[in-house]
Design a protein around this ligand. Structure first.
Ligand SMILES: Nc1ncnc2c1ncn2[C@@H]1O[C@H](COP(=O)(O)OP(=O)(O)O)[C@@H](O)[C@H]1O
Ligand SMILES: [Mg+2]
Length: 218
């Protein structure tokens, strides 16, 4: 199975949370179906640096250099993203799929959104949100968009300095579970990510979604 790591927006923490999941569930592989901003270093490269050595990273579906929305990056490259081609590899045992931007990012000029890809896949997603001011609106809007299309939501990860009030509000008003809170890692490197992974999803709630038989850090 696959777990899609999406977020309330860009730069919210999808790549870091993906690396953390790969450190927590070591048999899982990583896939970034559509990447933009590759000229500034790709998410696949960052994951390779932060996740355990030997983590399997699949080839990106599409990769564009400019750090802009995929629909625009594709247009500038004279291409069009063929969403039917973006199929998670079924034979992979546990696939962490990192989304792009937020839930409603456009993939194509004809209005196809990342959300449409989520519907096509039907795989559960984990929503990464900031722990800080402004997160309630962004998180509740993202949950509403996902649920309106019946995309299964596995839970929320709050990234940043712990904020109990925001956590409670998201669980209550969003009717969702905050599976983990990820503090700021300073420095951010493989060792601190591995350390943080041992306290991430301690109940092993995501283990089944990533085809891991046991919810333990190995
Ligand atoms: N918990 C964290 N601790 C330290 N730095 C973080 C943390 N989460 C995110 N960052 C930093 O914030 C930036 C955005 O995070 P990233 O995971 O790349 O977001 P996204 O993939 O959603 O665009 C990156 O520079 C990343 O290193
Ligand atoms: Mg990223």
């Amino acid at each position: 199975m696959s777990l899609v790591v999406t977020a309330t927006g860009t730069e919210v923490g999808k790549t870091v949370v993906s690396a953390l999941l790969l450190a927590r569930y070591r048999q899982a592989s990583y896939w970034k179906p559509v990447a933009s901003g590759a000229c500034e270093g790709s998410d696949s490269e960052t994951v390779q640096r932060l996740a355990p050595e030997g983590t399997r990273i699949l080839e990106e579906g599409y990769s564009f250099d400019p750090p802009v929305s995929p629909h625009l990056a594709a247009r500038w490259a004279g291409e069009s993203i063929e969403v039917e081609r973006l199929v998670p590899k079924g034979r992979e045992s546990g696939l962490v799929i990192e989304g792009i931007g937020g839930v409603m990012v456009p993939l194509r000029d004809d209005g196809v959104l990342f959300l449409d890809l989520l519907v096509q896949w039907g795989q559960p997603c984990l929503l990464v949100a900031s722990s800080q001011l402004g997160t309630l609106n962004h998180t509740l809007l993202s949950l509403a968009a996902l649920r309106a299309q019946r995309v299964p939501v596995a839970g929320v990860v709050l990234n940043g300095p712990p904020n109990r009030d925001n956590r409670e509000a998201i669980e209550r008003f969003g009717e969702v579970e905050v599976i983990a809170e990820l503090p700021v890692l300073d420095p951010l490197n493989r060792s601190t990510v591995t350390q943080a992974a041992s306290g991430f999803d301690t109940a092993g709630q995501l283990a089944g979604l990533l085809d891991q038989s046991q919810g333990e850090c190995r």
